[in-house]
Write a protein that binds this ligand. Structure first.
Ligand code: ATP
Length: 293
């Protein structure tokens, strides 16, 4: 009998993103703090008799076939075990696409972890993360999930326990707006790195003790300067979500998602209710601890 596995693929936010110098390989050196969310795609893997990898996803912005990052992830696993592919992947897309929430990377990560199990194989977590790195810089983080400090291209990771109890997270995305990560990095002009080191070092400790007031003072995302300038509606969402003065609000990754961290659901709902639901997609979620196997 052919087997089926259903998986959750959680989104992430960047609590800080420091973009440093461009490297000889064309990528920027970065330093970031990443945290998983309960907002997740649902993925079904089904072994098939027909050879090949078939992808089904109803979201118009998500490519079918080999252009889908989940396809590449599955192929990497088959190649790793020297097996011929025979797989149907169904993606129920809940995470906004091209929004700075690692939606594609997390699908890839879930497919890799799930397919290893579906094939009845095992791969130690560090090996799976190394394989994930060949698919994308964010993939190693989302394979393990939780809270991590990332350096290099974001793939060199140190993991930490996420705050307990979890924080409530409002995700706000301007409807229909997608931002290319590549475009944002290409248009970024590095600032004064010397001044940023001390501020960046304070982000992780402040988050771990749920200190939103300190986060408001120290945390920064360098790509905000690029995306907010081109898309003023993102800056407007930040202003509105910050207006109750209770949360910590920032853009995630290259945007255009804006997130707000709040101590409790009441404060989160109060801030989210100020946004215009006709123009902004809103999700109220939680931070999530590592789901690693
Ligand atoms: P990151 O935060 O890692 O920079 P992102 O959340 O900004 O990523 P994605 O949602 O991963 O961006 O989408 C980036 C591009 O990847 C989209 O334009 C989309 O066409 C393509 N893509 C390929 N496969 C997928 C997938 N499974 N889910 C979403 N997008 C995908």
């Amino acid at each position: 009998m052919k087997r089926t596995i259903i998986l959750q693929a959680p989104a992430k936010i960047n609590l800080g993103l420091w973009v440093k110098e461009k490297r000889p390989d064309g990528y920027h050196e970065i330093e970031t703090i990443m945290q998983s969310l309960t907002l997740a795609d649902s993925i079904t893997l089904h072994e098939t008799r027909e050879p090949g990898i078939h992808i089904e996803c109803r979201h118009p912005g998500v490519p079918p076939g080999p252009g889908n990052i989940a396809y590449k992830a599955a192929m990497a696993v088959y190649e790793r075990f020297d097996l011929p592919p025979g797989l149907a992947i169904s993606i129920d897309k809940q995470i906004p696409v091209a929004a700075g929430l690692a939606g594609g990377s997390t699908d890839a990560a879930a497919v890799m972890s799930g397919l290893v199990r579906l094939l009845g194989k095992s791969l130690p977590l560090p090996d799976l993360m190394t394989l994930g790195q060949t698919i994308g810089s964010d993939v190693p983080f989302v394979i393990k999930g939780g809270l991590a400090h990332g350096t290099g291209r974001g793939e060199t990771l140190a993991f930490f326990d996420s705050p307990k109890p979890p924080l409530v997270v409002v995700i706000a995305v301007p409807k229909g707006l997608e931002v290319s990560t590549r475009w944002a990095y290409e248009n970024y002009h590095p600032g004064d790195n010397a001044r940023k080191a001390a501020r960046f070092a304070d982000i992780l400790p402040a988050f771990k003790r749920r200190d939103l007031a300190t986060l408001r003072q120290v945390a920064f995302n360098d790509l905000e300067s690029v995306t907010l300038q081109r898309h003023p509606e993102v800056a407007h969402i930040k202003d509105i979500l910050s207006s109750t003065g209770q949360g910590f609000v920032m853009m995630s990754g290259s945007g255009p998602s804006v997130f707000g961290l709040f101590d409790d659901k009441r404060a989160a709902v109060a801030a989210a209710s100020k946004l215009n639901r006709d123009t902004v997609d809103i999700f109220i979620e939680h931070t999530m601890r590592s789901s690693a196997h």
